[in-house]
Ligand binder design. Structure first.
Ligand code: T4K
Length: 373
């Protein structure tokens, strides 16, 4: 099979080339390529409007956005942060790199987001924050999490890397907690090539975040924070400006693809798909499926191999659990989060992108079905 016929887990959406060229052409006049230029300002303003938020700051990527908000919130060093091990490396690494201590709580069986009961049982006098993940774009139990945070005086910083444009009860997901980080990586529903953002409640954090992402520079002769460089450049911002115009179409196409998968795979013993619950306006970010080998007759790994043999690149997002990484496994026992452990061992994310054809979805599903014994 040629490279073009290979189906990978996702494929970046791009605007028409001419639209992008038109968007960046003024940069050849201005020669202003980065450091919060015109496109950066334009994207920030458009996102504020789109998400209905008062405060947003753009970054080079979601990871740096998360690090900067953790920094800007001024959490006490070595404070404990309750989070999920069922996530991408970035969530935990950001916590550790900011001199905080991750404490892994278990996830809910229904949607693999943090289990509020598990969070509460891990709170100590050293706990300073909760970092839940809206994994696959499926919203966490935001109400229960906020109640816990209020009871114990904790900050809530959502890793909403997957959840751009998701709404819960008509309210944008970006408006929950103290802050939410979004990833605009090439693999996301909305991309700026590389990029990310943080939305936050406290508007006084806006200048602080801007300083943290620009070497801590506050004025021409004043440097106040030991910040890094995490500024979104003009070419990435322009990509975002263009892609935002096509977002509704992107999500509508992803919805069609996802629904085809859900129909094809429904009723198969031992196979579970994840559909958003009532009240959720979903973004169709990922297509997770779990396989119970006892009921389905084949393991997740066997399905993964069968697809790979047919040049279909499903991915095991998120296996292994972060707590099983070499970096962390001597410190955390994954047995303490059995639901997350089972999730990591049984889940496969199937290919999903706007232009994936229905014929290919059907082909992928028939390979999956052929694995059943
Ligand atoms: N928190 C969570 C929960 C996250 O999932 C992530 C990122 C972050 C935080 C951090 O956000 P960022 O700092 O990345 O903004 C990918 C992405 O790189 C990463 O953004 C994402 N999560 C993670 C779940 O997936 P890989 O290593 O699996 O990507 P890669 O290169 O294997 O690409 C996957 C597929 O995407 C390819 O098979 C084809 C397609 N693709 C990839 C690229 C790079 C494209 O179509 N175009 C492209 O340019 O990590």
């Amino acid at each position: 099979m040629s490279e073009n016929q290979r189906i990978l887990v996702t494929r970046s959406s791009m605007p028409p080339l001419q639209e992008y060229i038109d968007e960046i052409s003024s940069l050849w006049d201005s020669h202003w390529l980065t450091n919060m230029g015109v496109e950066h300002q334009k994207l920030e303003a458009s996102l504020k409007e789109r998400l209905g938020v008062e405060n947003i700051a753009l970054f080079t990527n979601g990871h740096n956005a998360l690090e900067c908000i953790l920094e800007a919130l001024d959490l006490p060093e070595q404070g404990e942060v309750i989070t999920t091990p069922f996530t991408f490396a970035s969530t935990t690494h950001a916590i550790v790199r900011k001199n905080l201590v991750p404490v892994f709580a278990d996830v809910k069986i229904e949607d693999f987001t943090l289990d509020p009961q598990s969070i509460e049982s891990l709170i100590t006098p050293r706990t300073v924050a909760i970092v839940p993940v809206h994994v696959y774009g499926l919203p966490c139990d935001v109400e229960a999490i906020q109640q816990i945070a209020d009871r114990y005086g904790l900050k809530v910083i959502y890793d909403a890397a997957h959840a751009f444009n998701v709404k819960l009860g008509g309210r944008n997901i970006a408006t929950f907690g103290d802050a939410s980080m979004f990833s605009f990586h090439a693999t996301k529903v909305f991309n700026t090539i590389e990029g990310g953002a943080v939305c936050f409640k406290d508007s006084s954090l806006y200048p602080v975040l801007n300083h943290w992402k620009n070497f801590g520079i506050v004025g021409p002769e004043r440097v106040v924070y030991s910040g890094g460089n995490a500024k979104m450049n003009e070419f990435c911002a322009a990509m975002g400006v263009c892609n935002l115009r096509h977002l509704d179409d992107e999500i509508a196409k992803r919805k069609m693809v996802s629904e085809r998968y859900w129909t094809n795979l429904s009723g198969l013993p031992g196979v579970r798909t994840f559909q958003p619950s009532a009240g959720v306006e979903y973004n169709y970010a990922y297509l997770p499926v779990t396989f119970d080998p006892d009921l389905f007759g084949a393991s997740r790994d066997e399905v993964f191999e069968a697809l790979a043999k047919n040049d279909i690149g499903a991915r095991k997002y998120f296996y292994p659990l972060v707590s099983d990484y070499e970096r962390y496994r001597s410190v955390y026992a994954s047995e303490r989060t059995p639901v997350a452990q089972r999730a990591a061992n049984t889940v496969l994310t199937l290919p999903l992108y706007a232009d994936l054809t229905i014929e290919n979805v059907d082909r992928i599903c028939s390979i999956v079905k052929s694995c059943a014994r």
